[in-house]
Structures are given as C-alpha cells and as structure tokens.
Design a protein around this ligand. Structure first.
Ligand code: PSV
Ligand code: MN
Length: 397
C-alpha cells in the first residue's frame, strides 16, 4: 500500500460505499445437520421475524438492504404471499432480494426436479420456477437464483445426457418468462445430496446451461460448492471474462459444503476472489454482481454470526481494494514474482479495521457493529418473545 494516507482513505471510502451484501432469510432460522438440530430461543421462525432480524443487521451495518427469500420457507402460499412481504418491506425498511425456488423438498423430487425422467414431474418443477419468477416480478426483485439437488447416486442408474437436454429445455422456458430486467442465476454444486453425479456440478456446466438458456442467465458461485483446493478466483476470472458472473453465495468450508462463516477458515481466498472483482470492475466488468451470504449458523447465535459475516466481508473487500493495481500490473508484466506477491499479500496483511470503523462513523453507524449488537438487548428480547415457538418450528430442511 504505497498510497498517501488521504489517498488510502479516499480509496477505502469509495470501496465501502460501493459494497452491499444480501443476507439470507434462512440464516436467522433454526438449522442443523442431518444428525440433529440445536434450537436457539432467539431464532426466527416466521417471515416477519426474519425481516425484523434482517432490518436490525442493516441498522447496525448499513450495508444489507435486502434479504434473500426461499419460496417454500418464506412464501408457502406462493404469489398470494406477495402483499404480505410488501407490507413487511414497508414496516422494516429492508427489501426482498433474490428469490430462491425450492426444487428439493417435495417427495416427488426423489429422482430429480427439472431433470426428472417423468415429464409430469418436470412440468411441475418448471411451473414452480415460473411461479417464483412471478413472485419476483410482484416484489420487483431482479434475481431468481436456482439451485437443484438433482443427480443420481449410482452409476448407470440415469441417462446423464437425457437429463442435460431436459434441463436445457426447462431453463429456456424459465428464461423466456423473465422480465427484461430480471436474471436467472444458475448455481452449481459438485455433490450432496447426490453422490454419484450431480446435474449441475460445476461452473462449466452452469456456464453452458446459462448460454443455452439465454442472455439473462448467468452463473452463481457458492464458495462452499467446490472441491478442496479448487482455485475459485480463477473460476471468477473466467466468469468475469465471459460476462457470465451473476453472483455469489458466500460462506466458508473446510471439508465440503460446511456453510461456515465467510473467511473463518481461509480469509485469503475471499481476498483473492475480491481482487479479481476489483480488477474486473476497474475494467468495466462485473458491474451487476449480486453479493449474497448463504450460511447456516448451527452453533453461533444467528444475529451475531450474520453481523460478524457482514463485517468480515467488508474488511476483505477493503483489503483487496487497497492493492495498488497499477503497480501490480507493472510487476506482472516484468515477471517480478516476489515484488508482485509482496504487494498483493501486503494488502492482505493491512489492518483495515480502523478504516472500516472510520467509514461507519462517517455514515452515522456504530463503529463496531458486533459490539453494538452485544451491547443492545435485541437478542435477549427476541429470545423472550420467540422462545416458546422457535423450538417447534423450522423452515430449513
Ligand atoms: C444448497 O446447498 C444451497 O447452497 C442452495 O443455495 C440452497 O438454496 C441453499 O443452500 C439453502 O439450502
Ligand atoms: Mn448456495
């Protein structure tokens, strides 16, 4: 970081002003693993409680104006629930964000949804996607983010190529019903729940499907959906290069899709991803990227974990913004490996917390949102009101 102090402050202000991140409604609900669920008294079990929590996170951080919704969990009556969500938006001052169709919980999806060998089941799944697009239109939401659990567990038990064709047809149909300002984000995941083949297993498959669906379809990168040691920033660079980077689901992982807090295991990886994005943005690429969190806070308090995640995302975004990219380009061109690496990781090791705190203070926000949450009685009050209900209800599989 060779810039003068005032240049650094200006850069930090610009970087933080430009960064907002979406929180998932399901991050406030009781969740667990397939071995069990540990219930938290303050967890949200209704959409109203999720909006209340999201609004509190936005009040503390100032950078989470939208909340991603999962159709089956948050709008169980489909389009009929849109007016209620609009009221909640008014009441709490946060807006609905990406709309997530749910194509993995119905019993009929045992052998797949959009890739099911049964034409009737595929049709039903397509209808749910179309309904979700209508919900998004009703709420003025730009993005429909699609994740399928489709796949198979045993070699030879399904025709992989038939399923590709069915998927292309379904995605084209969905794309055709988008409004001109909407996007279909296609998420990939290598395995789980399918353990032999997954119909959309990686970014290449998502890219090809997006291309086949139409120009408003793009790829959604969930950082937890990669094999260990995969170079995610290279994937991000490719998606920026091809104009296919639609958005992110951020979380961290150690083994599989662990849904751990962003940056808790490998903060350098998120920094490296953010560097590719800053570089892309400086060249006019990636301007519409949706930054979203997709985490499951099984042991941490939901509110604390969400605020901690948002603050960490801001810090890593800021660190990557501080890389002197002009100087880096010089070192890259002359193949001065050590100088390039030192410049790059020097930004990573910069303590940006004072810069982030100053930015918050300048925006009338608490300098330390996590400390402010802890100093408030928000979680205790929620636990008192919700305690008896939250143990009984869950909105997460
Ligand atoms: C699947 O693992 C996933 O990442 C998808 O985005 C789902 O919508 C989300 O998690 C919640 O289960
Ligand atoms: Mn995800």
């Amino acid at each position: 970081m060779a810039q003068s102090e005032s240049a650094t402050i200006a850069l930090a202000t610009q970087a933080l002003d430009a960064f907002q991140i979406e929180i998932p409604s399901w991050g406030f609900a009781n969740t667990g693993t397939r071995f069990g669920k540990f219930v938290q008294a303050a967890a949200a079990s209704t959409i109203e409680e999720k909006f209340a929590d999201a609004a509190e996170v936005h009040r503390l951080t100032g950078v989470t104006p939208t909340v991603a919704l999962h159709v089956l969990w948050d709008l169980p009556n489909g389009i009929a629930d849109v007016p209620k969500v609009k009221e909640l938006e008014q009441q709490y001052g946060v807006l609905a964000g990406a709309i997530n169709p749910n194509l993995f919980q119905d019993q009929e999806y045992k052998f797949g949804s959009l890739c099911n060998p049964s034409a009737a089941i595929r049709e039903h799944a397509v209808k749910h996607v179309l309904d979700s697009i209508e919900i998004a239109k009703g709420l003025g939401c730009r993005d429909i983010s699609l994740w399928l659990a489709d796949g198979s567990n045993y070699p030879g038990s399904q025709s992989i190529r038939n399923r590709i064709g069915w998927l292309e047809d379904a995605l084209r149909t969905a794309h055709d019903s988008l409004a001109h300002n909407q996007r279909l984000l296609i998420e990939y995941k290598p395995f789980e729940p399918a353990f032999y083949h997954t119909d959309i297993a990686d970014w290449g498959m998502s890219s090809m499907l997006a291309r086949a669906a139409g120009p408003q379809a793009q790829v959604l990168v969930d950082t937890g959906h990669h094999y260990t040691s995969q170079n995610i920033e290279q994937i991000v660079a490719w998606l920026l290069h091809t104009g296919l980077l639609g958005g992110f689901h951020f979380n961290d992982r150690r083994y599989a899709d662990d849904d751990l807090t962003l940056g808790s295991i490998d903060p350098y990886q998120i920094f490296r991803i953010f560097h590719e994005i800053h570089q892309g943005l400086s060249e006019g690429l990636g301007t519409g990227i949706a930054y979203m969190i997709d985490q499951s806070h099984n042991l941490k308090g939901k509110m604390e974990a969400t605020v901690q995640t948002v603050v960490t995302a801001q810090e890593l975004w800021l660190k990557a913004a501080l890389i002197d990219r002009e100087q880096l380009a010089v070192y890259q061109q002359s193949c001065d490996i050590v100088a390039a690496e030192e410049l790059y990781r020097g930004a990573f090791w910069t303590d940006v917390r004072p810069l982030a705190a100053a930015w918050r203070t300048a925006h009338g926000l608490p300098a330390d949102p996590l400390a402010a949450l802890r100093a408030s009685d928000y979680v205790e009050r929620a636990a008192k009101v919700r305690g008896s209900r939250s143990s009984a209800v869950s909105s997460y599989a």
